[in-house]
Design a protein around this ligand. Structure first.
Ligand code: SF4
Length: 356
């Protein structure tokens, strides 16, 4: 029988790798910066022996800092970004740094996808990439994803998951109540089904695919500004695979993997990184903690990933303040239903109980 995920963890010595990673995360700033430089140089060497180029995938402050950090240690990796999705102040810095701007992925009709079209076609990016992906899987049942769907609703994994009972595959109960209804018949549940689609494809078509395509065309592999401390989908694989990963289908370097936000902000200060206006400036609290005076993190302006975790004024409120016309479009007009009625994020926020 094929190896299950618990056996795989055992084979690759996953638990020990995670423990080692946590030890490194607890080291001081000086150690981590030195460590990042060693790993970045190793990655460049690894690319050299494999005949690969390397580049930096640039977005907000984290990856801008990575781009300049690499430069500071003599690694001149070209920067690429789907820049137009970012805040204007970030675009300005990208331009200043000579980052190559990519367009979104191409649709079957030859034109480029835009965000409204993706939301209309696939659904809203809401809650988190992981949860949106799970909702999308439930809403699109196939024979192939049957075991995964069962695990999303019940937490019970099949053979590959090692027949676990309460696995992390289960969607949080709160969201199962709202979005789990697609599987009611099979699972004998009585969860709700929303009257809008949810999807995690937005990032894929707007950001990931254009960068992947560029990388393929240029025979190049990416440096990413990811930090395991920020959590998310990739935290565990960062902890297991470490900064540099030369896998069969994925090759990448994340020299800041062991950093936390404080390390990142300290490095940005040390390197005199131009901080895009949307973040404000980097300042120090009385207890020494560094913070940015405006946005702590950025992303596309009208994105629902993480919206349920934000205090008001949340990012949609802030857009209303900055650009009421754009806000109105996304809240009420970005999609059209089968009756020709326009709707938008207001419907989604009402459904998940977020004020606006
Ligand atoms: S961050 Fe949000 S809005 Fe931006 S591409 Fe990803 S899913 Fe879409």
């Amino acid at each position: 029988m094929a190896e299950n995920c618990l056996e795989r963890m055992e084979r690759i010595d996953g638990k020990r790798k995670i423990a080692d990673f946590i030890v490194k995360q607890k080291q001081d700033y000086g150690f981590k910066v030195h460590y990042a430089a060693i790993r970045a140089r190793e990655f460049v060497e690894g690319c050299g022996t494999r005949g690969l180029g390397y580049h930096v995938s640039v977005g907000g402050l984290d990856s801008i800092t990575l781009f300049l950090f690499l430069k500071s240690i003599g690694i001149y990796a070209p920067g690429i970004s789907v820049s137009y999705l970012e805040d204007a102040s970030i675009q300005k810095i990208h331009k200043q740094l000579g980052i190559e701007c990519l367009k979104s992925a191409i649709k079957p009709d030859g034109t480029h996808w835009n965000k409204a079209q993706i939301i209309q076609e696939f659904g809203f990016p809401v809650l988190s990439k992981e949860i949106a992906g799970k909702i999308e899987t439930l809403a699109n049942p196939t024979d192939k994803n049957k075991t995964v769907r069962h695990a999303i609703v019940t937490g019970e994994t099949g053979a590959y998951g090692g027949f676990q009972k309460n696995s992390r595959m289960k969607m949080p109960q709160k969201w199962l109540e709202k979005f789990g209804g697609y599987a009611n018949e099979e699972e004998k549940t009585e969860y709700q089904i929303p009257d809008f689609k949810v999807s995690s494809k937005c990032c894929y078509y707007l950001k990931e695919k254009p960068c992947d395509d560029w990388a393929k065309e240029n025979n190049s592999v990416p440096f990413l500004g990811l930090m395991a401390s920020e959590g998310g989908r990739r935290a565990k694989s960062l902890m297991i695979n470490g900064c540099n990963y030369f896998g069969k289908s994925t090759i990448r370097s994340a020299p800041f993997a062991i950093f936390n936000r404080q390390d990142l902000l300290q490095l940005a200060l040390d390197l005199n990184v131009p901080v895009p206006e949307i973040y404000g400036t980097i300042e120090r609290k009385k207890d020494g903690t560094l913070y940015t005076t405006k946005a702590q993190r950025t992303g596309c302006s009208m994105c629902g990933f993480g919206i349920h975790l934000e205090k008001r004024p949340h990012r949609f409120d802030q857009l209303k303040e900055r650009n009421p016309k754009e806000w109105h479009f996304w809240m009420y007009e970005c999609c059209t239903d089968e009756n020709g009625e326009k709707y938008g994020w207001a419907k989604v926020l009402d459904y998940i109980g977020i004020g606006y």
